[in-house]
Design a protein around this ligand. Structure first.
Ligand SMILES: Cc1ncc(C[n+]2csc(CCOP(=O)(O)OP(=O)(O)O)c2C)c(N)n1
Ligand SMILES: [Mg+2]
Length: 1053
């Protein structure tokens, strides 16, 4: 009402005809946006006595506005009653009289002479409002009533009869027929919303009745069902809404809070006749369906006893993906990165990515010899990379399918990270050239939390890939579990609603509907650069795999499935019936593809050797020799010149932009850094700065990601400075090192480990020439990302011949902080190392690098910032890539002794795998009674205790900095140096945790079991640490007593 009153002046001077000729504001949402979308025009206002009419309230006023503007454009476009009403109002009828009966109007003769008989305007307004609500109800909830399920076994048992006009023909009968099988009522159409018109009595919900069906209603601007018409009879309105929202496509989008986006979607689905296919398109679609279907049939025929996780029941996935790729290629995308589970994977490799068929077929041959080292993987996990011409657009397109483990959805963030990296390296800031497609199973999409974590990365500046197209193969079953037991949400796709992604449900037995939603999905991504979901509602013709019996558990569903005519057959019959294709052409198409398969099958017999590297998803051109070997087996010096150290130190202790006010506390930290640089020393943070800074200057991109990494959990890093006076003004000094440096990315992540670590792993896959680090807030939190560690990082190279140089920084250490926050679980990483504890390796000249090459990952626990600096630089200077696990300190970050001199970082210096005893004990090694091996922070506790006890000459302490691969050579040298000493392994962790189980057999192998290796450390325990400070100190005292008690192990001799 307020809006109406404020503009009163504008209405009065106008007459309808004047207005129609001149000052009519454009009808609002008709303007086309850049993407062809209608966008809203300026908000219109109208005024005057109309504004004061008693029947106008908040909602009705919107409606009357609509009417008024239509009337201004053309008085005849509105119902006669409105025409009369507006003319009266314009002519100055006082509030409440413009629509009064002729009798009442007699008091205002000049008005009554204008208008004649008055309608019941109040009823009219109510009816129009009702129609608006009805339209909105379809937009919001029409999808609940769509024919999505090809099996028709949802709550509503639809038949495929075309929808006729008029509500009485629409769906009343269908809605009334509840699922006779009663097996799917948690699924698609579990409820028909009460405000969808399904029978005449539902009209009553809106205060309408059958007599209103022929009445013409003005359409609001929030619908496109009218096409070129602005008013329609109610019956036609309902029919068109049914056509748009309740056929084979169900559109879920009204939760989107952006009007332009909503209008865009409405236009795509509501505009009459919008789903048209040319003859050419229909024939291409049929050919693609033929390939998809016959591929599975061919495999079934040749290898009926092999698992292949076929696509039968969702064959339209192949044309669906191809359509998304064609459309995206058409809008400029050059590289598509895909992730998908088992279902239909071979088909996607063959018919979407176009892997040579013989390469796929030969995978079924069990006699094939493996050419590559490592475990390899089953055929439906392998990845693929392929560049080719897209036949539809005639443009180059690169397709990559990321290899994945069995762990459903685990590849989602990996795909996103790889996509982000590819975008980053080609300067594609908006995702116009590189995009991702993720394919999901219905049960996994709903059940796996990583899906949610991945969605939450989708709009974060340092993690967005500018829109992913998700395709769900919704076969309404997961292994033997149907949706009633598999999820609590109506759809498996509800998780996507958290990011306001539109969700297009589609009946996969209608290939044209599938293609249409895929087109719209690709257009959506190109227009808005946001995620979108296509839910292919289908079925699974076989069991979970081809060997499985589905009737054990889903008997009724499978009785129905057995009756189901294959979709290719249905579509072919449709096209033959409408004359789009002849039966002969269809049969020729089938014969053509069968012949292709047979020929490839014959060729596949010649393949004797299985090259997993042919299945590589991320080749690194130029990094290896042509036959995939490292270019050398040595590592250049990781040291830096004094000048370089000094320069990076200066940047690290300054604010390199003008007029930037930093926090006082930070000024002190920077001053402290400057002082260290002056004294030629580094603490942990400065050591890290030197490592990152030097690599950046050498052109290596560095990306550090994780929770609160910008400042650092322990407030030691401060890589991002914040202006204390200007909001969002930040400065990253690391990006001010040199004009030709590589960019530094440091980004606080969402509070996720699984998703973010997966993302960074994917980022690191894209290029070997970048240092990608993920830091856990505390090391123990990595276990929520265990799947990425166990399935990708640890065995990735063995399974998929794919190297990866990701670095994990895991804060670790027993500091009396309780069971949480103490342990990064070194024992777990060490247990998964592939070096043999019982075999002493041959010590060649290149031993140190060669054992790095042979290992599955590198595990270090550095005790000095200098050594941390070297190991980080070594990660990039090595001629190959291995994951690096670094246990990083907490209290050592500020420990006055945990500092390194520039001397330890100059050219010629290198990472020390073992730091030997260098103090008094080293002077007279023969006098040393005990050699303690340790790693990490406990070194400082040991040397302090040794000093306090005056045992500097009798006890030597050696630090194993690189735990794995184990420095057999250096442990050997150190134990031979102190030949008279007994050997102790000391750790602060509990005995069943930490490093003991890993190092003990390896030390024993090194010394040929000549001596025992005694244990000084905490007793075995279930929890990583005590919650009691006193107990913590007591335990520390006990194991130090043992470590320095020279006769402490006598009774164990
Ligand atoms: C994380 C994880 N848990 C369990 C499994 C075992 N598993 C393999 S396939 C499958 C069912 C998957 O159902 P859905 O996601 O609907 O895909 P569909 O097989 O129906 O295509 C299950 C439970 C797995 N692979 N990964
Ligand atoms: Mg499923």
């Amino acid at each position: 009402m307020h809006r109406l009153r404020t503009c009163a002046v504008r209405l009065r001077p106008l007459t309808a005809s004047q207005a129609a000729q001149s000052v009519v504001p454009p009808r609002p949402p008709a303007a086309a946006g850049p993407s062809g979308a209608r966008t809203l025009g300026p908000i219109r206002r109208y005024t005057a006595p109309v504004a004061s009419e008693p029947f106008l309230n908040g909602t009705s006023s919107n409606y009357v506005e609509e009417m008024y503007f239509a009337w201004l454009e053309n008085p005849k476009s509105v119902h006669k009653s409105w025409d009369v009403f507006f003319r009266n109002a314009n002519a100055g009828a006082p509030p409440g009289t413009a629509y009064q009966s002729p009798l009442g109007l007699s008091e205002a003769p000049q008005i009554s002479s204008l208008v004649g008989a008055q309608p019941n305007v109040e009823k009219l307004v109510e009816d129009h409002l009702a129609v608006q609500s009805l339209i909105r109800a379809y937009q919001v909830m029409g999808h609940h009533n769509a024919h999505l399920d090809p099996l028709g076994i949802s709550c509503v048992n639809f038949d495929d009869a075309p929808v006729n006009s008029g509500f009485q023909d629409i769906r009343g009968h269908q809605v009334a027929q509840l699922d006779p099988l009663g097996i799917m009522d948690a699924d698609l159409d579990s409820c028909v919303p009460t405000d969808i018109i399904t029978s005449s009595d539902k009209l009553g919900f809106y205060g309408l009745d059958e007599s209103d069906l022929e009445k013409v209603f003005r359409l609001p601007t929030t619908t496109f069902i009218g096409g070129s018409e602005s008013a329609l009879p109610l019956k036609e309105i309902i029919r068109r809404l049914e056509m748009a929202y309740c056929q084979h496509i169900g559109v879920e989008f009204m939760f989107i809070n952006d009007l332009e986006q909503c209008q865009w979607i409405r236009q795509k689905f509501e505009t009459p006749g919008v789903m048209q296919f040319t003859l050419e398109e229909k024939r291409t679609l049929l050919a693609r369906m033929v390939r998809s279907t016959r591929f599975e049939e061919f495999l079934q025929k040749k290898w009926s006893a092999e698992k292949r996780f076929g696509l039968e029941g969702c064959e339209s996935l192949i044309p669906a993906l191809k359509t998304i790729i064609d459309m995206s290629s058409g809008s400029g995308v050059e590289y598509v990165i895909m992730g998908m589970p088992h279902r239909g994977r071979l088909n996607v490799l063959a018919n979407v990515i176009r892997k040579e068929l013989e390469q796929i077929f030969c995978q079924f041959d069990s006699k094939l010899e493996a050419a590559d080292e490592g475990s390899g993987d089953v055929k439906y996990h392998l990845g693929m990379y392929h560049r080719r011409i897209n036949r539809v657009t005639d443009r180059n397109i690169t397709l990559s399918l990321v290899a994945n483990p069995s762990h459903l959805e685990a590849a989602d963030p990996v795909v996103q990270g790889k996509t982000k990296a590819e975008q980053f390296y080609c300067g594609d800031d908006d995702g116009n050239r590189v995009m991702s497609i993720l394919i999901h199973g219905d049960a996994a999409f709903a059940g796996q939390g990583i899906v949610y974590e991945t969605f939450h990365l989708s709009d974060l500046p340092s993690y967005t890939t500018h829109g992913t197209v998700h395709v769900v193969v919704n076969n309404q079953i997961g292994f033997t579990t149907d949706p009633r037991m598999a999820r609590s949400s109506p759809y498996p796709t509800d998780v996507a609603r958290v990011v306001n992604a539109p969700i297009f449900h589609v009946n996969a037995d209608d290939p044209e509907a599938v293609i249409y939603v895929c087109k719209v999905a690709a257009e959506w991504r190109a227009a808005f650069h946001k995620d979108v979901v296509v839910d292919l509602v289908c079925y699974r013709r076989m069991g979970h795999n081809e060997m499985d019996e589905p009737m054990f558990t889903q008997p009724l569903m499978y009785k129905q499935i057995k009756k189901q005519k294959p979709v290719l057959l249905k579509y072919a019959e449709k096209l033959i019936a409408d004359g789009s294709v002849s039966r002969q052409e269809y049969e020729e198409e089938i014969a053509k593809y069968d012949k292709i398969c047979e020929e490839a099958y014959a060729r596949s017999k010649d393949e004797k050797i299985l090259h997993i590297k042919h299945w590589l998803d991320s080749p690194w051109p130029g990094f290896f020799t042509l036959d995939g070997q490292p270019k050398s087996m040595s590592c250049p010096s990781t040291g830096l010149t004094e000048e370089n150290l000094d320069h990076i130190g200066q940047v690290a202790s300054s604010v390199p932009v003008e007029d930037f006010t930093i926090h006082g506390g930070l000024s002190r930290i920077l001053k402290g850094r400057a002082e260290m640089v002056r004294k030629r020393t580094v603490d942990w943070a400065l050591g890290e700065y030197m490592a990152f800074g030097s690599l950046l200057k050498e052109g290596i991109h560095v990306r550090l990601s994780g929770q609160d990494v910008e400042r650092g959990t322990f407030s030691h890093r401060h890589h991002v400075l914040h202006d204390q006076n200007v909001d969002k003004r930040i400065c990253i000094p690391m990006n001010h090192l040199a004009p030709d440096q590589a960019p530094y990315t440091v980004c606080n992540s969402s509070l996720s480990e699984y998703g973010v670590l997966g993302f960074e792993l994917g980022f690191a896959m894209a290029s070997p020439n970048a240092l990608i680090l993920w830091e856990a807030q505390f090391g123990d939190f990595h276990n929520t990302a265990q799947c990425i560690i166990d399935q990708f990082i640890c065995p990735g190279q063995a399974k998929w011949v794919r190297q990866n140089g990701i670095v994990l920084l895991l804060p670790h250490g027993m500091e009396g902080m309780g069971p949480e926050h103490s342990s990064a679980r070194p024992e777990r990483f060490l247990q998964m190392c592939n070096d043999d504890p019982d075999v002493m390796p041959t010590l060649t000249d290149d031993f140190a690098v060669r054992q790095l090459y042979d290992c599955n990952w590198i595990v270090v626990n550095c005790s000095t910032p200098g050594n941390y600096f070297h190991v980080i630089r070594r990660q990039i200077l090595l001629p190959f890539r291995k994951p690096l696990i670094v246990f990083t300190p907490k209290s050592l970050l500020r420990h006055p002794e945990a500092r390194s001199s520039f001397d330890e970082m100059l050219p010629g210096s290198e990472f020390q795998r073992l730091i030997p005893e260098g103090g008094a004990a080293a002077q007279r090694p023969d006098d040393v009674k005990r050699l303690i091996f340790c790693t990490g922070k406990v070194y400082y506790e040991l040397t302090k205790e040794r000093k306090n006890r005056g045992m500097d000459q009798t006890v030597a302490v050696a630090r194993i900095e690189q735990l794995s691969p184990f420095p057999f050579d250096q442990v050997k040298a150190e134990s031979e140096r102190f030949a008279n000493a007994d050997l102790v392994w000391c750790q602060e962790e509990h005995k069943n945790q930490g490093y003991y189980d890993y190092v003990k057999p390896r030390i024993r192998t090194t010394i040929q079991r000549a001596k025992p290796v005694w244990y000084a450390g905490r007793d075995p325990a279930a929890a990583p640490a005590t919650g009691n400070k006193n107990t913590h100190l007591l335990e520390l005292r006990r194991f130090l007593d043992k470590a320095f008690g020279l006769d402490a192990f006598q009774d164990q001799q």
